[in-house]
Design a protein around this ligand. Sequence first.
Ligand code: TLP
Length: 342
Amino acid sequence: MQRPIIDLRSDTVTKPTEAMLKAMVEAEVGDDVYGEDPTVNRLESMAAEILGKEAALFVTSGTQGNQVAVLTHCRSGDEVILEADSHIFYYESGAVAALAGVQTRTLPGSRGALDPEQVKRAIRGKNIHYPRTALVCMENTHNRAGGAVITPEQMRGVYQAAKERGVAVHLDGARLFHAAVALGRKAEEFARYTDSVQICLSKGLCAPMGSILAGSRAFIEEARWWRKKLGGGMRQAGYMAAPGIVALTEMVDRLAEDHRRAKELAAGLSKLPLTVYPVETNIVLVDTRATGYTAVEFLDKLAAYGVRATDFDEYLVRFTTHYHIGDSDIAETLNIVERVIG
Ligand code: TLP
């Protein structure tokens, strides 16, 4: 008999819940490009309220939300300050260069967090030779830093450094609710230190697609224009916004379970010849060097037993827990890893 796959590659593999499927079928819809889809309008106002912003926009993906934000904040030739391993810089196919025509200035983070002093120094003064620094981006939780949580206080430091020089701040909050749940704080407490924030509905929160971009009313008005220009005007999008409403109302608090299971997985893995990075949320990073296997070799061996994870670097593997990973999957994964490297 074929073993069931234990898919720890990403929380992006999550499928909609029963409640989401029901909400999709029953959604009331209209043409959202005319602003007439009541379900999209409800999702946007609910998300704006949760994030403490004036307005919000339903976008197709996290990448589209981030790109629309950069396009709205910047003009061609501007400079954007980013953490060196941030998703916008590392994983968005060079879109900020291709679409917004901005140049990137990357700074090394400490577990994904930018240092306000370094940000201050990196912001350009007025000089005929310099580009204009238009935007600072943060990411929370930080994916490549292993789901690391940036506290609202850390975010405030960066925000103040940017604001002192009149520079806008965007947050890639693809997993912001993971940070909020891990610290027992409200999403709004983080979003306060941003001008715009993007949150994903389709990762840990299980919606089939979509993200929210939130900010001031004027910002969202212009972002809506950029979204249309990128082909993101979605017509009867209420069918996709309806599961997003379920995501925000029913799926946030349970993220604590994913965090608990990630910590259990990490505790088990650290008893094996693997270096396990600190776990704060639903991501476990593991260095495979001591096993003699590269990340890809290690993943091939796991895949033969039906366990899937992702390579993050030559010797770095990422395991991500989510709604479809239960306690028995964690136990089974630990058995299989032990068998593979034992
Ligand atoms: N991350 C994906 C991959 O693209 C790496 C994953 O499996 O983790 N910001 C952050 C911090 C993300 O982790 C992601 C997706 C995005 C933005 C982009 O979201 P989507 O995939 O909806 O465009």
